[in-house]
Design a protein around this ligand. Structure first.
Ligand SMILES: O=C(O)CCC(=O)C(=O)O
Length: 233
């Protein structure tokens, strides 16, 4: 049962000083992260956070890529046929290209599409090692471009997929989380994650299924590459 102030550990976050004024008062922010190096090392998901920090199943790591790797990926992305994403009658500002599978929001079905270009195979391999599974588990890869001011609305990813791993490039962005379904209209449980360029995150378990997420309008150009595993039914 949540108190009016929200769960204990969220209240603890409220006492932290927001980074650069990005987080309005009364909202909950996760701003500091354990700085770990690449795969194979033990990681705690969030710096200084209690083990029961919500959303559980969220893992985040800074500096997953170095600047040279980031620059090379951005050059590759800029050659891709990015196009505005379509959701039924709505066309989003985000421009994307899908590999392996593309979800059709008209027919509510997942279609096979072109395979991931070889230039991204090394990244998929690295992401898979970080995630702890072979690269083939990522049956879908989505490359997305957020021009300045581009938001991504509240959602949970379609149920055809299970886990989501995202790599951020170029600009910073804020990912917001809120419980789904909402616990109560009077409780503002909003968690914010600042996604730095070159960082990586994982949404699994409760973070994937019991929370919705969204991306606040980006202040500068940002790219993300998200890798999805197929849901086993
Ligand atoms: O850009 C991101 O990192 C978030 C991507 C996302 O939530 C999605 O594609 O559903």
């Amino acid at each position: 049962m949540r108190s009016k102030r929200g769960p204990r550990h969220l209240a603890e976050y409220n006492r932290q000083v927001p980074l650069s004024g990005l987080f309005p008062e009364n909202q909950v922010s996760i701003q500091l992260y354990r700085h770990t190096t690449h795969m194979g090392q033990e990681q705690l998901p969030l710096f200084g956070a209690p083990a029961d920090t919500e959303p559980q199943g969220l893992r985040y790591e800074r500096e997953f890529l170095d600047e040279r790797e980031e620059g090379a990926l951005i050059k590759e992305i800029q050659c891709l046929p990015l196009a505005e994403m379509r959701y039924k009658s709505y066309t989003a500002r985000r421009r994307i290209v899908s590999y392996g599978g593309q979800y059709d929001f008209e027919t509510h079905s997942l279609h096979s599409v072109q395979e991931l270009p070889p230039d991204f195979h090394a990244l998929r391999q690295r992401v898979a090692a970080w995630y702890g599974a072979p690269p083939e588990v990522f049956t879908q890869v989505l490359v997305a471009e957020y021009r300045p001011g581009t938001p991504l609305g509240w959602h949970r990813d379609v149920p055809d997929f299970e886990d989501i791993v995202g790599v951020s490039l170029a600009g910073h962005a804020i990912m917001r989380f809120r419980p789904y379904p909402p616990k109560s209209p009077s409780v503002r449980s909003l968690v914010k994650l600042e996604m730095e360029p070159r960082s990586i995150y994982l949404l699994s378990g409760p973070a994937r299924w019991e929370w919705q997420h969204s991306v606040a309008p980006t202040k500068s150009l940002r790219y993300s590459i998200t890798f999805r595993t197929r849901r086993q039914r």
